[in-house]
Design a protein around this ligand. Structure first.
Ligand code: MV4
Length: 451
């Protein structure tokens, strides 16, 4: 096992990694920007190093500064958390060439999954279901028209270097294709430095369901169930849960087995998430893979009893899956996570500043992952997530009623948060009946305009 690792991240996920390290007896080094001097990740780490000014580009994303801090403090490995450098294959490569273990997959796997159209073809080859669409990159408008004709409208153009919803265009008829093709191409080229596009059949009202996997370095990959992530706004998830009410044991096993063989073939190592769209008939279709620990990993932890972050560190240190998971994985009960953001709950505009009161709920089946505290300051430079409220119950209904009462008992004053929004969603009839898709929030906000 490592003696000391660095956490190249901030906020709640930096604390989450510190928790895992403390339990494993691993010493920790925090890095922080000038805006995060008084952050809890700095306080709870064994050592801390300032790596630059507030803006992420000059601190948390500054690879030379992060690597220098790792060398000065003699750490053996770096945990990247989520966001920031977590899916940067070049960073993973620099780590390895500097003799530092990157806690995540090898660079070539991160690179493959970062090219969405290549990832799609790799999954197809291994028998994981994908949507009808182009094979590889579409070079010209004419080629786009041919594929669209074959697939049938509506279709969606996506940026191969994109992901997470950026640079997409829905095309409903042939006459719209030329303009939208050029627009998507220019947008992708400007945003990602790569204008490559691919095409898929467009699903109007999909559910977003993702599978968690863990791979060791010895060719073994296990699927550890799914998460339902359809409650989102502008591609930002708001509520996640596990398991999905739309997945039965047969489908879970079938998709899980396909993913295990496919990712074992690819040489997948460490934690990963495979995103699917579920169509109106309940069929799953692969869309993309995330090669990091996800924000919503706690709901999987709550229903399996696994510690995914400890697992990541053990795997990076050379443990086999047999050593990391020493029993059969079973899904027990139901778990829900509400993302508490420092935002105005109706306008969704960022709300930075000093927190004056901070009271977190507790009690049976309640977990709070946060780095916020009373009198602490939420800086304006970073992601607006300030806490994750997670509940577990024997079934979905119990998890929802726990969430409802926990939200009532969560007090944050001094800044605006999404807590009032979550309280209202918990009362929504469709939500309570698990009747939703990725358009849920649009409908919900429309209906609740006057509240
Ligand atoms: C789609 C789609 C419909 N059909 N692909 C958005 C995020 C990115 N990961 C994929 N996204 C979508 N891809 C096809 N073929 C609809 C979306 C989509 C979406 C997906 C998941 C969660 C929320 C979403 C909100 C709008 C659109």
């Amino acid at each position: 096992m490592f003696k000391k690792i660095m956490i190249a991240n901030r906020g709640e996920i930096a604390l989450r990694v510190i928790c895992a390290c403390k339990e494993l007896g691993v010493k920790t080094v925090a890095v922080y920007s000038e805006a995060d001097r008084n952050s809890l990740h700095v306080r709870f780490a064994d050592e801390a190093i300032c790596i630059g000014p507030p803006r992420s580009a000059e601190s948390y994303l500054n690879i030379p500064a992060v690597i220098s801090a790792a060398e000065i403090t003699n750490v053996e490995a770096i945990h990247p958390g989520y966001g920031l450098l977590s899916e940067n294959a070049n960073f993973a490569e620099v780590c390895e060439t500097s003799g530092l273990k990157f806690i995540g997959p090898p660079p070539h796997v991160t690179r493959l999954m970062g090219e969405k159209e290549k990832a799609r073809m790799a999954m197809k080859k291994a028998g994981v279901p994908i949507l009808p669409g182009s094979e590889g990159v579409i070079q010209t408008e004419e080629e786009g028209l041919e594929w669209a004709e074959q697939v049938g409208y509506p279709v969606i153009l996506k940026a191969s270097a994109g992901g997470g919803g950026r640079g997409m265009r829905v095309i409903r008829s042939a006459e719209d294709l030329p303009n939208l093709f050029q627009a998507a191409h220019s947008e992708a080229a400007a945003a990602f430095g790569n204008g490559d596009l691919y095409m898929e059949k467009f699903i109007e009202c999909p559910r977003h369901i993702e599978f968690q996997v863990l791979g060791d370095g010895y060719g073994k990959v296990v699927s550890i169930g799914e998460r339902e992530c359809s409650i989102q706004r502008r591609h930002q998830k708001l509520i996640e849960e596990a398991p999905s009410t739309k997945i039965d044991e047969k489908l879970r096993k079938q998709i899980g087995a396909k993913l295990e063989s496919c990712l074992s073939e690819i040489g997948y190592v460490n934690a990963g998430t495979i995103e699917f769209l579920m169509d109106e008939e309940g069929k799953l279709h692969f869309i993309e893979m995330n090669t990091r620990i996800q924000v919503e990993h706690p709901v999987t932890e709550m229903v399996t009893g696994l510690d995914l972050v400890k697992s990541q560190i053990l795997i990076a240190a050379g443990a086999s899956l047999g050593e990391v998971i020493d029993r059969k994985i079973e899904i027990s009960g139901h778990s829900i996570e509400c993302r508490i953001n420092a935002e105005h709950p109706e306008k969704f505009t960022p709300s930075a500043g000093r927190i004056t009161t901070f009271h977190t709920p507790g009690g049976t089946g309640v977990r709070v992952d946060t780095a916020a505290y009373a009198e602490g300051v939420i800086p304006p430079y970073y992601d607006s997530l300030i806490a994750k409220l997670i509940t577990h119950g024997k079934d979905r209904q119990e998890a929802v009623s726990r969430m409802s009462r926990a939200l009532e008992m969560f007090i944050v004053e001094g800044i605006h948060t999404t807590i009032p929004l979550h309280r209202r969603i918990m009362q929504n009839e469709d939500f309570r009946e698990a009747k939703f898709d990725t358009k849920f929030m649009e409908r919900f906000l429309q209906q609740n305009k006057n509240h």
